[in-house]
Write a protein that binds this ligand. Structure first.
Ligand code: FMN
Length: 242
Protein backbone atom coordinates (compact mmCIF):
# COMPACT_ATOMS: atom_id res chain seq x y z
CA UNK A 1 0.00 0.00 0.00
CA UNK A 2 1.20 3.50 -0.78
CA UNK A 3 0.63 6.50 1.47
CA UNK A 4 -2.95 7.26 0.41
CA UNK A 5 -4.03 3.68 1.17
CA UNK A 6 -3.89 2.86 -2.54
CA UNK A 7 -2.02 -0.05 -4.13
CA UNK A 8 1.53 0.93 -5.09
CA UNK A 9 1.53 2.36 -8.63
CA UNK A 10 4.58 0.32 -9.68
CA UNK A 11 2.90 -2.92 -8.70
CA UNK A 12 3.50 -5.54 -11.43
CA UNK A 13 0.29 -7.41 -12.21
CA UNK A 14 0.23 -11.17 -11.75
CA UNK A 15 -1.26 -13.12 -14.70
CA UNK A 16 -4.45 -13.50 -12.63
CA UNK A 17 -4.67 -9.74 -12.14
CA UNK A 18 -4.16 -9.13 -15.85
CA UNK A 19 -6.96 -11.59 -16.55
CA UNK A 20 -9.19 -9.97 -13.92
CA UNK A 21 -8.86 -6.50 -15.44
CA UNK A 22 -9.38 -7.76 -18.99
CA UNK A 23 -12.35 -9.86 -17.90
CA UNK A 24 -13.96 -6.88 -16.19
CA UNK A 25 -13.55 -4.84 -19.38
CA UNK A 26 -14.74 -7.60 -21.69
CA UNK A 27 -17.73 -8.69 -19.62
CA UNK A 28 -19.09 -5.16 -19.38
CA UNK A 29 -22.07 -5.33 -21.67
CA UNK A 30 -25.08 -3.06 -21.47
CA UNK A 31 -27.70 -5.13 -19.67
CA UNK A 32 -31.37 -4.39 -20.15
CA UNK A 33 -33.06 -6.65 -17.60
CA UNK A 34 -32.16 -6.81 -13.91
CA UNK A 35 -33.08 -8.96 -10.93
CA UNK A 36 -34.71 -7.25 -7.93
CA UNK A 37 -31.77 -8.37 -5.69
CA UNK A 38 -30.72 -5.26 -3.74
CA UNK A 39 -27.19 -3.88 -3.91
CA UNK A 40 -25.71 -3.10 -0.47
CA UNK A 41 -25.06 0.60 0.13
CA UNK A 42 -21.40 -0.18 0.98
CA UNK A 43 -20.93 -1.82 -2.45
CA UNK A 44 -22.34 1.24 -4.22
CA UNK A 45 -20.07 3.50 -2.16
CA UNK A 46 -17.03 1.33 -2.88
CA UNK A 47 -17.72 1.35 -6.64
CA UNK A 48 -18.04 5.14 -6.68
CA UNK A 49 -14.96 5.62 -4.50
CA UNK A 50 -12.81 3.44 -6.76
CA UNK A 51 -14.32 4.99 -9.93
CA UNK A 52 -13.37 8.45 -8.66
CA UNK A 53 -9.70 7.48 -9.25
CA UNK A 54 -10.52 8.44 -12.86
CA UNK A 55 -8.21 11.13 -14.21
CA UNK A 56 -9.51 14.61 -14.98
CA UNK A 57 -7.85 17.72 -16.38
CA UNK A 58 -5.98 19.43 -13.50
CA UNK A 59 -7.80 17.01 -11.17
CA UNK A 60 -11.05 18.98 -11.45
CA UNK A 61 -13.20 15.86 -10.78
CA UNK A 62 -16.29 17.25 -12.51
CA UNK A 63 -18.66 14.41 -11.51
CA UNK A 64 -21.71 14.61 -9.24
CA UNK A 65 -23.67 11.40 -8.71
CA UNK A 66 -27.25 11.03 -7.51
CA UNK A 67 -28.00 7.50 -6.30
CA UNK A 68 -31.65 6.47 -6.45
CA UNK A 69 -33.08 3.43 -4.69
CA UNK A 70 -36.37 2.49 -3.03
CA UNK A 71 -39.15 5.05 -2.95
CA UNK A 72 -37.03 7.86 -4.36
CA UNK A 73 -36.38 5.75 -7.47
CA UNK A 74 -40.01 4.60 -7.68
CA UNK A 75 -41.29 8.18 -7.55
CA UNK A 76 -39.02 9.25 -10.41
CA UNK A 77 -39.87 6.15 -12.47
CA UNK A 78 -43.57 6.84 -12.03
CA UNK A 79 -43.24 10.46 -13.19
CA UNK A 80 -41.06 9.49 -16.15
CA UNK A 81 -43.54 6.87 -17.33
CA UNK A 82 -46.46 9.26 -16.99
CA UNK A 83 -44.62 11.77 -19.21
CA UNK A 84 -43.38 9.15 -21.68
CA UNK A 85 -46.78 7.56 -22.18
CA UNK A 86 -48.64 10.84 -22.77
CA UNK A 87 -47.89 11.97 -26.35
CA UNK A 88 -48.81 15.62 -25.64
CA UNK A 89 -46.63 15.82 -22.57
CA UNK A 90 -43.84 13.84 -24.27
CA UNK A 91 -43.65 16.45 -27.03
CA UNK A 92 -42.78 19.10 -24.44
CA UNK A 93 -39.64 17.25 -23.32
CA UNK A 94 -36.49 17.76 -25.35
CA UNK A 95 -32.88 17.08 -24.55
CA UNK A 96 -30.57 19.84 -23.51
CA UNK A 97 -27.47 18.75 -25.41
CA UNK A 98 -26.90 16.85 -28.63
CA UNK A 99 -25.61 13.41 -27.73
CA UNK A 100 -25.86 12.25 -31.34
CA UNK A 101 -24.89 13.92 -34.62
CA UNK A 102 -27.57 16.01 -36.30
CA UNK A 103 -26.77 14.34 -39.58
CA UNK A 104 -26.14 10.59 -39.59
CA UNK A 105 -23.52 9.25 -41.98
CA UNK A 106 -21.86 5.92 -42.59
CA UNK A 107 -20.37 3.99 -40.77
CA UNK A 108 -22.11 5.34 -37.64
CA UNK A 109 -25.64 5.05 -38.94
CA UNK A 110 -24.98 1.44 -40.02
CA UNK A 111 -23.67 0.47 -36.59
CA UNK A 112 -26.57 2.25 -34.90
CA UNK A 113 -29.11 0.43 -37.05
CA UNK A 114 -27.41 -2.91 -36.54
CA UNK A 115 -27.41 -2.75 -32.75
CA UNK A 116 -31.03 -1.58 -32.75
CA UNK A 117 -32.25 -4.38 -35.00
CA UNK A 118 -30.13 -6.99 -33.22
CA UNK A 119 -31.77 -6.03 -29.92
CA UNK A 120 -35.28 -5.90 -31.39
CA UNK A 121 -34.61 -9.17 -33.23
CA UNK A 122 -33.82 -10.94 -29.96
CA UNK A 123 -37.01 -9.54 -28.45
CA UNK A 124 -39.09 -10.49 -31.52
CA UNK A 125 -39.92 -6.85 -32.26
CA UNK A 126 -40.48 -6.40 -35.99
CA UNK A 127 -40.13 -3.30 -38.16
CA UNK A 128 -43.19 -1.11 -37.84
CA UNK A 129 -44.29 -2.51 -34.48
CA UNK A 130 -44.43 0.98 -32.97
CA UNK A 131 -46.20 -0.12 -29.80
CA UNK A 132 -43.59 -2.69 -28.80
CA UNK A 133 -40.78 -0.31 -29.75
CA UNK A 134 -42.34 2.34 -27.52
CA UNK A 135 -42.63 -0.19 -24.70
CA UNK A 136 -39.05 -1.41 -25.06
CA UNK A 137 -37.64 2.12 -25.17
CA UNK A 138 -39.84 2.88 -22.16
CA UNK A 139 -38.00 0.19 -20.15
CA UNK A 140 -35.20 2.74 -19.93
CA UNK A 141 -37.40 4.81 -17.63
CA UNK A 142 -37.69 1.95 -15.12
CA UNK A 143 -33.90 1.53 -15.21
CA UNK A 144 -34.72 -1.87 -16.78
CA UNK A 145 -35.96 -2.86 -13.27
CA UNK A 146 -32.51 -2.43 -11.71
CA UNK A 147 -32.63 -1.79 -7.95
CA UNK A 148 -30.24 1.16 -8.30
CA UNK A 149 -30.54 4.14 -10.64
CA UNK A 150 -27.68 6.57 -11.00
CA UNK A 151 -27.96 10.09 -12.37
CA UNK A 152 -24.79 11.89 -13.38
CA UNK A 153 -24.68 15.68 -13.42
CA UNK A 154 -22.05 18.28 -14.20
CA UNK A 155 -21.68 21.95 -13.30
CA UNK A 156 -22.71 24.07 -16.30
CA UNK A 157 -19.55 26.12 -15.98
CA UNK A 158 -17.49 23.09 -17.11
CA UNK A 159 -16.50 22.73 -20.75
CA UNK A 160 -16.01 19.99 -23.34
CA UNK A 161 -12.79 18.71 -21.74
CA UNK A 162 -14.60 17.96 -18.49
CA UNK A 163 -17.15 15.90 -20.43
CA UNK A 164 -14.21 13.82 -21.63
CA UNK A 165 -13.15 13.34 -18.00
CA UNK A 166 -16.73 12.47 -17.14
CA UNK A 167 -16.79 9.61 -19.64
CA UNK A 168 -13.73 8.11 -17.99
CA UNK A 169 -15.43 8.27 -14.61
CA UNK A 170 -18.58 6.63 -15.98
CA UNK A 171 -16.57 3.83 -17.59
CA UNK A 172 -14.78 3.31 -14.27
CA UNK A 173 -18.15 2.95 -12.54
CA UNK A 174 -19.17 0.27 -15.04
CA UNK A 175 -15.89 -1.65 -14.77
CA UNK A 176 -15.79 -1.38 -10.96
CA UNK A 177 -19.35 -2.74 -10.93
CA UNK A 178 -18.08 -5.84 -12.76
CA UNK A 179 -15.51 -6.38 -9.99
CA UNK A 180 -18.50 -6.88 -7.65
CA UNK A 181 -20.45 -9.15 -9.99
CA UNK A 182 -22.76 -6.29 -10.92
CA UNK A 183 -23.83 -5.04 -14.34
CA UNK A 184 -24.88 -1.71 -15.74
CA UNK A 185 -26.56 0.05 -18.62
CA UNK A 186 -25.47 3.63 -19.30
CA UNK A 187 -28.54 5.60 -20.33
CA UNK A 188 -28.71 8.76 -22.39
CA UNK A 189 -32.47 8.17 -22.73
CA UNK A 190 -32.97 10.21 -19.55
CA UNK A 191 -31.60 13.39 -21.08
CA UNK A 192 -34.90 14.03 -22.84
CA UNK A 193 -36.48 14.40 -19.40
CA UNK A 194 -33.80 16.60 -17.83
CA UNK A 195 -36.39 19.17 -16.65
CA UNK A 196 -38.55 16.58 -14.91
CA UNK A 197 -35.48 14.87 -13.40
CA UNK A 198 -34.06 18.20 -12.24
CA UNK A 199 -37.35 18.94 -10.49
CA UNK A 200 -37.77 15.50 -8.91
CA UNK A 201 -34.16 15.32 -7.72
CA UNK A 202 -34.17 19.00 -6.69
CA UNK A 203 -31.03 19.61 -8.71
CA UNK A 204 -29.38 22.99 -8.34
CA UNK A 205 -30.01 24.99 -11.56
CA UNK A 206 -26.25 25.01 -12.13
CA UNK A 207 -26.24 21.20 -12.46
CA UNK A 208 -26.80 19.70 -15.91
CA UNK A 209 -27.84 16.10 -16.49
CA UNK A 210 -25.16 14.12 -18.37
CA UNK A 211 -26.90 10.72 -18.40
CA UNK A 212 -28.27 8.02 -16.13
CA UNK A 213 -27.33 4.42 -15.45
CA UNK A 214 -28.99 1.22 -14.31
CA UNK A 215 -26.94 -0.76 -11.76
CA UNK A 216 -27.70 -4.18 -10.35
CA UNK A 217 -27.52 -7.93 -10.88
CA UNK A 218 -28.38 -8.71 -14.50
CA UNK A 219 -31.07 -11.30 -15.17
CA UNK A 220 -29.21 -14.24 -16.77
CA UNK A 221 -32.49 -15.62 -18.20
CA UNK A 222 -33.46 -12.45 -20.07
CA UNK A 223 -33.03 -12.77 -23.83
CA UNK A 224 -32.07 -9.09 -24.23
CA UNK A 225 -29.05 -9.74 -22.01
CA UNK A 226 -27.65 -12.21 -24.53
CA UNK A 227 -26.92 -9.37 -26.98
CA UNK A 228 -23.21 -9.17 -27.75
CA UNK A 229 -22.37 -6.09 -29.77
CA UNK A 230 -19.72 -6.07 -32.47
CA UNK A 231 -16.50 -4.12 -32.55
CA UNK A 232 -14.36 -3.04 -35.41
CA UNK A 233 -11.02 -4.91 -35.41
CA UNK A 234 -8.15 -2.56 -34.55
CA UNK A 235 -7.08 -2.46 -38.21
CA UNK A 236 -10.26 -0.43 -38.82
CA UNK A 237 -9.45 2.40 -36.43
CA UNK A 238 -5.73 2.30 -35.64
CA UNK A 239 -2.81 3.62 -37.63
CA UNK A 240 0.76 2.87 -36.60
CA UNK A 241 3.32 5.44 -37.69
CA UNK A 242 6.78 3.97 -37.19
C1 FMN B 1 -23.32 7.41 -22.73
C2 FMN B 1 -24.12 6.23 -23.20
C3 FMN B 1 -25.50 6.32 -23.25
C4 FMN B 1 -26.27 5.21 -23.62
N1 FMN B 1 -27.63 5.31 -23.57
C5 FMN B 1 -28.37 4.19 -23.69
C6 FMN B 1 -29.77 4.22 -23.44
O1 FMN B 1 -30.35 5.27 -23.14
N2 FMN B 1 -30.46 3.07 -23.51
C7 FMN B 1 -29.87 1.88 -23.84
O2 FMN B 1 -30.57 0.86 -23.88
N3 FMN B 1 -28.54 1.81 -24.10
C8 FMN B 1 -27.78 2.92 -24.02
N4 FMN B 1 -26.42 2.87 -24.21
C9 FMN B 1 -25.77 1.57 -24.49
C10 FMN B 1 -25.25 1.43 -25.92
O3 FMN B 1 -26.28 1.09 -26.79
C11 FMN B 1 -24.17 0.33 -25.88
O4 FMN B 1 -23.09 0.77 -25.10
C12 FMN B 1 -23.63 -0.07 -27.25
O5 FMN B 1 -24.65 -0.59 -28.07
C13 FMN B 1 -22.50 -1.11 -27.13
O6 FMN B 1 -22.96 -2.24 -26.42
P1 FMN B 1 -22.30 -2.72 -25.05
O7 FMN B 1 -22.42 -1.61 -24.06
O8 FMN B 1 -23.12 -3.92 -24.64
O9 FMN B 1 -20.88 -3.05 -25.30
C14 FMN B 1 -25.64 3.99 -23.96
C15 FMN B 1 -24.23 3.93 -23.97
C16 FMN B 1 -23.48 5.03 -23.59
C17 FMN B 1 -21.99 4.92 -23.57
Amino acid sequence: MSQAGLPHPFHTPTPEQTAAVETALQTRHSMRAFLPTPVPRETIERILQVAARAPSGTNTQPWQVHVLTGEAKDRLVQRLHAAYDDPEELATHTEEYAYYPREWVSPYIDRRRKVGWDLYGLLGITKGDKLRMHEQHGRNYSFFDAPVGLMFTIDRVMQQGSWLDYGMFIQNVMVAARAHGLHTCPQAAFTQFHRLIGEELQLAPQQMLVCGMALGYADPEAVENTLVTEREPIGGFVRFLE
